[in-house]
Each structure stands twice: as C-alpha cells, then as structure tokens.
Design a protein around this ligand. Structure first.
Ligand code: ATP
Length: 639
C-alpha cells in the first residue's frame, strides 16, 4: 500500500489531477480549511475546518474526472494549526488480490472499517474538545450567550416564574380527594338511611355528602387537624421531629406550609361528591327531610373560585399566546423595517459601480454636499431631499445607493417599499414615521427605499386605503425635513410612470437620475470590476473586450451573473482558472438558457413533423452540420 501525506492551502479546491500533481509524495503540512478530492465517479469532498471536523458529501462527477479512490483517515490539531498526517491510499496501486480482499471482507470487518473511518476521528475530536473544556470557559460562554439574548432570556424567565406561581397556587388549593359517585348512589344511600350530611354547592351542580359510618373517623381526623393548627401557631413545639427537639428548619414557613397542605390532603371534608339531576330537587329535599338528614347549602370557597378562575385563564391564554405574539410582532415598532447600516460596514464604493457615469456624477455631488465639501448654503441652495433612481432592472440602482452610503460615511437606512405594505391599517404609515424619526436622529444620514412603486403608486386607483395612507405619510415626512436637517432620501423604481405625481414634485423626489443599460465601454468596465478576483487563463482586458462585444443589451446584473457562471463552470471542470470556453458557455446559457438549444430544436422539429412527416431526418442532418461548423455565437472561430 502506498501512503501519501497531504497538505493544502486555505479554501483551495483540489481536483484529482491537482492532488496528484501537487500533493502526492509531498511531506506533511498544514491543512487549514478545505480540500476536495475526487474519486471513482464521485466527488468526495472532505472538508477540513479549523477545528478539524470533516464531512463527506457525494455528487456525481463526469467521466474524464475519474481517478483512483482516495481515503482520508483523519487529521489532528498541532501547535502549528490543524495538521494532517492523512494517508491517502490509492486503491488502484494495490494488486488485484489486495483489492479483492479490501472489498470482499466479511460484514464484521466492513463495520469495523466504517467505524474506524467514520466514528474514530469524531470520537477523538470529541475527546479533545472535552479535554479542552473547563467549567470556567463553559460559564463564560453561558454568560456571553445570556448577555447576547438577554431579552429572550428575561422573557422566558418571567414566563417560567408565572407558570411556577400558577402551579404553586393550584397545588396549594388542591382539594382533599373526594370520591365521585353517580347520583343514584346518593338516592340509594339516602333511602337506606346511611347518609349523615349533605351539602349543596351554590352556583354549581355539585352535591357533597358524608356517610354515617364515617362520623367517628371524621371526628378523629378533625382532632388531628386542630393539633396541626396548633403546631403552626406555636412553632416551638415540634411534634414531628424524631427526638422531640425544635429545629429552625422544621419550623420554617415552607415546612409549615408543607404540613398544612399535607394535612389538608389527608382529611377529606366530604367523602362523596355527585352531580345533581335537573328537576329532581324536590324529590331529593323531601327524601332528606323524611330520613332526617342534615342538609345545607354553601357558596363556593374563595380558594375554589380562585382556582377555577386560574384554570379558565390558563386554558384560555395558552392557545391565545401564539396569536398575541403574532399581533405583537405586527404592531411592534421594534419590528420596523428600517435596517440601519453603519458606514464602517459598507464596502461598496463608487469604484465598484461602472457603466453608469452620468448617474454616478449626480450622486457624487450629493455625497460632497453631505460631507460638507460643497458649500451649497453660501449661495442659498438647499440639499436635495430626494433622489429618484429610475431604470431597467439590474442596472445597478441599489448598488449606486449603497455606494453613496459607503462614500458619504453616514448611517444608511435601507428598506424595501413592499415592507410598508401591511395587513393592519395605519401600520405602514407608522413604519414610515419610525424610519424617518430614526434617520433624523442619526442625521446626516441616507434613507434608501427600493422598489418605491410598491407604495408610491397613484392614489385613488384602488380601494386599498392602507396604501394611500402610507403614501400620504411618506409625502408628509418628506415635507417635514428642515433645510439644515441633512437627511437624503434615495429611492429606486423600474416604473416611474406608475408613481403618484405628488411624489415627484420639486421638494420631494425632485432629482430624477436615469440609470440605463451600459454601452460596450460600460460593459467592459463592469466586467473588469467583477473579474477582479477571478483567476483567468488569458489577459483580463482581452476577455473583457470579448464579452462586452458579445453581450449587447446586457445590464450589470447579467454581466455579474456571466462571470459567476463561468467560474462555476471552470470549477466543475476541475480547473483552477477560468478559460475562454467557460465564459462562452456562460454567455450562451445567459442568452438561451440551459439546454435551450436542444429544446428549441426538438420543439421546431415536432411542429414540422406534424406538417411534413419527412422533415425530421433532414432537420437532424442540418443541425449536425451546423454544430460542426460553429456555435450559435460563433465563438469557436474567435477562440
Ligand atoms: N453598474 C454596475 N456596476 C457593477 N455591478 C453592477 C452594476 N449594475 C449591476 N451590477 C451587479 O448587479 C447586481 C444587481 O444590481 P442592483 O441590485 O443594483 O440592480 P437594480 O437596478 O437595483 O435592480 P432592481 O431594479 O431589480 O432592483 C449588483 O449587486 C452588482 O453585482
């Protein structure tokens, strides 16, 4: 068996060829993040993370990527980091016999192997972690967790306290066990003269009664009760202590309470309980009179009424809690859609937005005003309150707004207008108020409202009163800025014609900036931005020119997608850099969709077959000839 040591770099994805080329036979080293191995028709991704956890995923891999199967037994942590003395065993290098024995061993052996491969490293890892863990660190982590989620912790703690109190009250007010019997039993007992006392509870249908034979017992138990009452009154006399001594703990209020509840539970005041039958009261009373039974009626005890109220409240509130929580979330101002982004968390600048130069210039001016570089006040000018970015989807309107925030270095409140559309009337308006209040508080600041048409549509066209109210509030808030309050509202929309005219009047979104489709030069620049971090096989400029010339009508989002797709295609190929072919395939996919070529041809041939049965063979021939010549974009001749 040949053993290989493995070493890989941070985040590198290794194809079989790369593994063979770079790592077979190389001495042990650091394995810091992730490595990918490909094996017999499957990709086996062994992901080594910082803490040396590895996981395995399987996915099908194309024929040309097939390489010998590799196993990675384990890796461990060293003072230098995560080190791997992983032995890579190429099964192909074994002799036939060896291979046979490897695959053909008994089930027990297979289980053992699986255990050693799967569980041993995990168990080792667990053991290592357990060794490292100390009570102090666990407490620290717990403290951090509580501090982070203090609201949730406080809420759950108060809920648990309330429930515990309820439980305690219910426990304390538990009635002594009373046996429930049918009404007929009471009648029979009355007729036989066994019944001693009957109590009719007011406000309910319950009847309690005692039998004559229990009178003596009851008296005895009542005597005990008075004894216990004495104990609770004079705690100096400890009757329960084994040696008759008085101890502070035994006389503590908790103990006395316990004794009290114990005694209550052990003395059934009423032995039997039944439910009376309607319209049978007359007969019952006459029977009791006839047999000389003592009968009376009494209201429900305060404890009992408290208990039943509590039970009702709990049973009502338990199903209502999720509903109330939903309502709270809807109505809560804390759930306001305004998400503030601090300037330091912004990484987008004007350098990242290309191909929309005129829009950039307009917005740069606003940034200069916010930063105080342009003294517009000297000439009596006011900072524009609103800037409306208009243009087709994917041209970079949102990106531009983020770039403004990043360059201006001021708090940036971003929100999608659809988040103002609420179920409850008035909530959308309240959210707008919250958003503008927050922006005023952090002034100078920028508010960005994406997809403004969701709330800014013309009023009075629908019966949606809530949307009109929200728009009214937005108009009011935009009027409400004082001139020295440096808050700029940037909004973006694809449908400027749908907006209410009041929104676009001077003083609100007076400045309209068109963000259009980029021209060839613009596309080249956008591609240069997106290809910054992508390793290419050819010169970046050449590739940018090539793609820009082939993508007329594409917007920034399309170009970003092409770059991403081509990188994915290159990764699928197992290459470490993106080739021209990958880019061309990505453009084809963007233009025609995946496998659209086959779909379209089959659809056309189906239609033609209906008309001319002899057509399919001809179609097939033509298609093949065309494929041999060049692709739909003609890139084969270019490359
Ligand atoms: N001019 C550009 N320069 C660089 N990248 C761009 C440009 N335009 C678009 N992109 C890329 O496309 C992505 C989507 O763009 P963005 O969300 O800004 O478009 P949008 O105009 O706001 O679209 P929509 O109107 O649908 O909201 C960006 O994250 C960026 O990667």
């Amino acid at each position: 068996m040949t053993c290989f040591s493995l070493s890989c770099n941070t985040g590198s994805f290794l194809t079989p060829s790369a593994v063979q080329r770079r790592y077979f036979g190389v001495g042990g080293g650091l394995c810091t993040r992730s490595c990918v191995f490909t094996s017999l028709g499957f990709n086996q991704f062994y992901k080594f993370q910082h803490d040396c956890v590895w996981e395995k995923k399987l996915g099908y891999c194309g024929g040309r990527n097939r390489v010998p199967s590799l196993t990675v037994p384990f890796c461990y942590k060293t003072p230098r980091g995560v080190s791997s003395n992983n032995k890579i065993e190429p099964f192909v290098s074994r002799s036939k016999g060896e291979r046979k024995t490897h695959h053909g061993k008994g089930e027990g052996n297979g289980l053992k192997k699986r255990f050693s491969l799967r569980w041993r490293p995990r168990l080792r890892l667990l053991a290592m972690r357990m060794k490292r863990a100390s009570i102090k660190s666990i407490l620290n982590e717990l403290g951090v967790l509580i501090r982070k989620n203090y609201r949730a912790v406080a809420f759950s703690a108060s809920v648990s306290v309330v429930f515990s109190l309820c439980f305690l009250i219910l426990k304390l007010t538990t009635l002594p066990p009373t046996k429930s019997v049918p009404y007929s039993d009471l009648i029979t007992s009355l007729q036989n003269g066994y019944v001693d006392k009957v109590l009719v509870e007011e406000g309910s249908r319950r009847l309690y009664y005692n039998m004559k034979s229990q009178i003596v017992e009851n008296d005895y138990v009542s005597g005990e009760e008075s004894q216990v009452a004495d104990v609770s009154i004079s705690p100096d006399i400890d009757e329960i202590g084994s040696e008759g001594t008085t101890t502070a703990s035994q006389n503590s209020p908790v103990n006395v309470l316990k004794k009290f509840s114990k005694t209550r539970a052990s003395i059934p005041e009423w032995q039997y309980c039944t439910r009376k039958i309607d319209h049978d009261e007359k007969f019952l009373v006459s029977l009791m009179r006839e047999k000389g039974v003592t009968y009376s009626s009494a209201p429900q005890s305060a404890l009992m009424s408290m208990r039943s109220t509590l039970i009702t409240v709990i049973t009502l509130w338990i199903p209502l809690i999720p509903l109330m929580w939903l309502l709270y979330r809807q109505l809560s101002a804390a759930n306001s859609p305004a998400r503030k982004q601090r300037p330091n968390s912004q990484t987008v600048g004007f350098d990242d937005v290309e191909g929309v130069d005129s829009a950039k210039v307009e917005l740069m001016e606003i940034v200069s005003c916010l930063q105080g570089d342009i003294n517009y006040r000297k000439l009596g000018a006011k900072l524009p309150r609103g800037v409306l970015l208009v243009g087709p989807p994917g041209t970079g309107k949102t990106l531009l707004a983020r770039a403004v925030a990043g360059e201006a270095g001021v708090p940036f409140f971003t929100v999608s207008a659809s988040e103002f559309v609420e179920m409850f009337v008035g909530r959308g308006a309240a959210r707008i108020r919250d958003l503008f209040n927050a922006a005023r508080k952090f002034a100078p600041s920028i508010i960005f409202i994406d997809e403004l048409d969701a709330v800014g549509g013309k009023r009075g066209r629908s019966f949606n009163d809530e949307r009109d109210q929200t728009l009214n509030q937005l108009l009011t808030e935009m009027d409400g800025f004082e001139s020295e309050m440096r808050v700029v509202v940037i909004a973006a929309t694809n449908r400027p014609e749908a907006l209410d005219p009041a929104l676009c009047r001077p003083g609100r979104f007076s400045r309209k900036v068109y963000v259009g489709e980029p021209d060839e030069e613009g596309r080249r620049k956008i591609l240069a931005v997106h290809l910054r971090g992508v390793p290419l096989e050819e010169d970046t400029d050449i590739i940018c020119h090539l793609i820009a010339s082939l993508t007329t009508g594409f917007v920034g989002a399309d170009l970003a997608n092409i770059v991403n797709e081509s990188a994915l295609l290159a990764a699928r190929r197992g290459s470490e850099s993106v080739a021209r072919e990958d880019i061309m395939e990505a453009i084809e996919r963007a233009k025609f969709g995946i496998n659209d070529k086959e779909l379209r041809s089959s659809k056309i041939s189906k239609e033609l077959t209906k008309l001319f049965p002899w057509m399919p063979s001809l179609m097939g021939k033509n298609e093949r000839r065309q494929d041999d010549l060049q692709g739909p974009l003609g890139y084969q001749s270019l490359s």
